[in-house]
Design a protein around this ligand. Structure first.
Ligand code: SIN
Length: 293
């Protein structure tokens, strides 16, 4: 296995490993370390079915079954289908607007996620250029470059994260097929409190864990100050220096750190430009410091 970093902050390419085969313990350790160091790992030219993707993801922690998951691979509720494709009757076969806005998956849940693992089967291309990029921002760097007075003001504080914020942002977009959350879905995802700074379980370094997709309020501050600080944090993390963009190719498996990065799916392709991606969400259920040691 070879790990080839971008040398531009986030991102590395991992070659010489077949992810459809069971993952050896030594490779698990190497990949965890690489995930901590580079944030986003691309394994090109893979060919995994839903069961193999789930088996690979499950080596890193329990897999989540999304509460609003309308689309998943047959027999695999933990493998979500992200796609703008439709069946012969014109019905959607995947979630078309997943992640189209900056966010951190699962920050709205008490148990947070370690990583996302996506496997591209079809990638839209226009004029020879791939569309539907996924963008990332580096939250280690965002924390480390915060002004000292902001760090001091926010040290030990938490923010409320709400699943409904991102859901409603997507829902009001033209053409969205999302309905309002049902009372049952809402009950399963009440707002939760998350520390604004947290220690990354692999790197042991601090990260800024506060994203515009879900964070709604800093606890213990007046509303105006909370608004102003959230606005500052969201603008601070949006600096171009922290950005990395992944251009997809069919066959890519992309694994990213959901604690040390935020991400955004770029919606620059049309309904007739098919995109089809399988996804598993790895919850942070293991002792990563020990596994990566
Ligand atoms: C996501 O946010 O998990 C989806 C990312 C993508 O489809 O590029």
């Amino acid at each position: 296995m070879r790990i080839i970093p971008n040398n531009k902050g986030l991102g590395a390419r991992v070659e010489g490993i077949d992810l459809s085969a069971p993952l050896a313990d030594a490779d698990l350790r190497t990949l965890l370390r690489a995930l901590g160091a580079h944030g986003v790992l691309c394994f090109p030219n893979q060919d995994l079915d839903a069961a193999e993707l789930a088996r690979f993801g499950a080596r890193f922690g329990e897999l989540e079954v999304n509460v609003a998951n309308m689309f998943h691979a047959p027999g695999h509720p933990e493998v979500m289908i992200l796609s703008n494709k439709r069946d012969a009757e014109g019905r959607p076969i995947g979630l078309a607007d997943a992640g189209q806005g900056w966010h951190t998956d699962m920050s709205y849940a008490k148990e947070i996620a370690l990583a996302n693992v996506l496997h591209a089967k079809e990638v839209p291309v226009r004029d020879g250029r791939p569309l539907g990029d996924t963008q990332f921002r580096d939250m280690h760097a965002a924390y480390e470059t915060l002004p000292a007075e902001v760090r001091e003001r926010l040290e030990g504080r938490s923010a409320i994260h709400d699943f409904q914020k991102f859901w409603d942002m997507m829902r009001i977009r033209p053409g969205s097929i999302r309905g309002p959350l049902t009372p049952e879905q809402r009950a399963k995802r009440p707002p939760v409190s998350q520390p604004i700074f947290r220690i990354h379980p692999i790197t042991g370094r601090r990260v800024l864990y506060c994203n515009p997709g879900y964070a709604v309020r800093i606890e213990g501050l007046e509303e105006a100050e909370s608004e102003a600080l959230l606005d500052f944090l969201f603008r601070h993390q949006a600096q171009p220096d922290f950005l990395y963009t992944h251009h997809w190719s069919p066959g890519d498996v992309l694994m990213w750190d959901n604690i040390g990065t935020t991400h955004n799916a770029v919606a620059d392709y049309g309904p007739d430009e098919p995109r089809y991606i399988l996804r598993v969400q790895v919850m942070a259920t293991l002792d990563y410091a020990a596994l990566a040691a």
